[in-house]
Structures are given as structure tokens and as C-alpha cells.
Write a protein that binds this ligand. Structure first.
Ligand code: PPE
Length: 306
């Protein structure tokens, strides 16, 4: 899916033309994967574009930076405004939003501490991440031969650019084998998450998702779904899952900003089937919430037009 160009990208406080948003080839992060990023979505609502849980995403960006000892020269408030400005100036009703903190041009070598810290915010229109069919009828998953990296090797709790090599290896393996998406196991062999999504299984009417200690990202969609499910009256547990728990799940689905809520139809060729009732209910509620149609969760929306 080629990128759909819009007009401006925010770079270190300035809105620059899309085609002029360039960096030097000796940008530190380009060589060593030393940046951190976020993925956020803005949705069309009756009151104009609304960014879903924007402040929480920016707070997570700054936590990722802290884990990697990167001092971000902008505050949460400044970055929240930067995102709103970028959405507004590009005149999009809905979009994906990509804030990036990267170490720029200045020094090379593995000591990153003297490199300048740059920040950019880009937005672009992005349709369904795993396909419209996947959202409706579910996706086919494969357990990866690649393990989720150990948090004492390359901490998956940080949304670090270089940390995503692990996800890319798993994604490419799954696609080449004819599947839609991969599931990674932790170094201990428990289910962790997908390449860019958290996951849930449903058994006997109860939802279970792996704990963060299994290498799952502290997903904002995961948190939203846990809240939605509990409000709908379902029990939700954070517990270690075996790969065989996926094979015998009544229902299963994945969650992420880009992917949203997507049912799993198969895992390793074991059929889970068409999306179940609980998955459907959670998916419908999530889509209604992000579009500002559910009063109770309007606090999750940060509007761009003032
Ligand atoms: N796990 C991983 C590894 C991950 O990258 C994401 C987001 C999640 C879980 C879900 O987190 P949240 O978005 O807060 O619910 N993945 C982002 C990157 C996707 C991409 O292709 O780039 C995203 O969904 O924006």
C-alpha cells in the first residue's frame, strides 16, 4: 500500500512541506535504530476529527524515550498540540498519526548521548491495516519461529524503532508462508503478542490476554478493550497463555491502533471460525466509540477543532 501524501509534516516545531521533510544520511537513528515512535489514529466524528486517547499515546512516547535515555525537548502538552496542528493543517477527517523521536545528525558511534534529539509528526490516510476482509471475517495467524525478544536484551516495552526488527522478521515469515499475521512467543514459550498488535482469547465467556511480563506492549487498544469488555459485563484476566490455548479458543482477536479490533479465524491451521458473538460486540463497540457515538467514552476523544 503506497503512502498517500498529504500537505505538511511537523518537524521540531515547524510545519514543513511533505516533500521537504528530509533528513541527512548520517542521521544516528537511521544507522542504529535508536529512535522511539507512536502510532495513533484520528477518526471522523460529528464534531470533526477526534484523536483517540492522544495524551496517553504521547505519554507512552515519553516513557519509551525514558527507557532508552533519550531526552525529548518537547513536553506532553506541546506534542499534543503538535499532533492536533498537523491533523488540522492537512485537512483530513480521519488519519493515522506517526510521532517519531529520532537522534539526528551530529555524531556517529554507539554512544547516542551527544546526538541531537529531533521530533517529527506525520499523518496520512490509512485504511484497514489487515484488510477489510480480515476485519469482517477474521485473519489467519501463524505462530512465529522467531521469539519475542527478552526484556533484558531489547525491551519490547519500549516502542523503539530498532526493536521492531523482531516484529519485521516474524511478519515476513508469516506472509511468505501465506498467513496474514504472526504471533510471537516469549523467551519462556508463553504467548506474547502479534507483530504490531496485542491479542485476546475468549473461553467460556471470559477474556484472557497475556500479561506485559510475557513481552506484550502496554497497548492502548488493549486497555480500551479491557475496559469495554468489563463494562459489557465480561470477566477479563491477564494470564499467561500456551500456544495450545489459542488452538482451542472459542474466539480470539487482536487489538492495535493501526489494526483496530480484528478477529482471528485460524491459528496454525487450527480453525477458530467466523468471528464470535463477544468479538463482534467488542468490535462494534470500539468502532462506535472512536467515532464519538458512545457518550460514556467521549473522554477518550481529543478533538482537533476548537
Ligand atoms: N504490540 C505491538 C508490538 C505494537 O507495535 C502495537 C502497536 C501494539 C501491540 C498495540 O498497541 P496500541 O496501538 O497502543 O493498541 N502497533 C503500532 C504500529 C503499527 C505499524 O505498522 O507501524 C500501531 O498499531 O500503530
Amino acid at each position: 500500500m503506497p503512502l498517500e501524501k498529504v500537505s505538511k509534516i511537523w518537524m521540531d516545531g515547524e510545519l514543513v512541506d511533505w516533500d521537504a521533510a528530509n533528513v541527512h544520511v548520517l542521521t544516528h537513528t537511521l544507522h542504529y535504530g535508536s529512535g522511539v515512535f507512536e502510532g495513533i489514529r484520528a477518526y471522523e466524528t460529528a464534531d470533526g476529527p477526534a484523536v483517540f486517547r492522544l495524551t496517553e499515546h504521547i505519554e507512552r512516547l515519553l516513557r519509551s524515550a525514558k527507557m532508552l535515555m533519550i531526552e525529548v525537548p518537547f513536553s506532553v502538552e506541546q506534542l499534543v498540540e503538535a499532533v492536533k496542528d498537523t491533523v488540522r493543517v492537512n485537512e483530513v477527517e480521519s488519519c493515522y498519526i506517526r510521532p517519531l523521536v529520532y537522534l539526528g545528525y551530529g555524531e556517529m558511534g554507539l554512544n547516542p548521548l551527544n546526538s541531537p534529539v529531533n521530533v517529527s509528526v506525520a499523518v496520512w490516510p490509512w485504511g484497514t491495516y489487515l484488510g477489510d476482509e480480515g476485519v469482517k471475517h477474521g485473519v489467519r495467524m501463524k505462530i512465529s519461529s522467531w521469539r519475542r525478544q527478552d526484556s533484558n536484551i531489547n525491551p519490547p516495552a519500549a516502542k523503539g524503532t530498532g526493536i521492531y526488527i523482531n516484529s519485521i522478521l516474524a511478519k515476513v515469515e508469516a506472509i511468505k508462508a501465506g498467513y496474514d499475521e504472526a504471533i510471537l512467543l516469549s523467551p519462556d514459550g508463553y504467548v506474547s503478542e502479534c507483530t504490531g498488535e496485542n491479542l485476546f482469547v475468549v473461553r467460556d465467556g471470559m477474556l484472557v490476554t497475556p500479561p506485559l511480563s510475557a513481552g506484550a506492549l502496554d497497548g492502548i487498544t488493549r486497555d480500551s478493550v479491557m475496559t469495554i469488555a468489563r463494562d459489557l459485563g465480561y470477566e477479563v484476566r491477564e494470564e499467561n497463555l500456551l500456544r495450545t490455548d489459542l488452538y482451542i479458543a472459542d474466539e480470539a482477536f487482536l487489538t492495535g491502533t493501526a489494526a483496530e479490533v480484528v478477529p482471528m479465524r485460524e491459528v496454525d491451521d487450527r480453525v477458530i471460525g467466523e468471528p464470535g458473538e463477544i468479538t463482534r460486540k467488542i468490535q462494534e463497540t470500539y468502532f462506535a466509540i472512536v467515532r464519538g457515538e458512545v457518550e460514556k467514552y467521549k473522554g477518550w476523544l481529543e478533538y482537533v477543532r476548537t
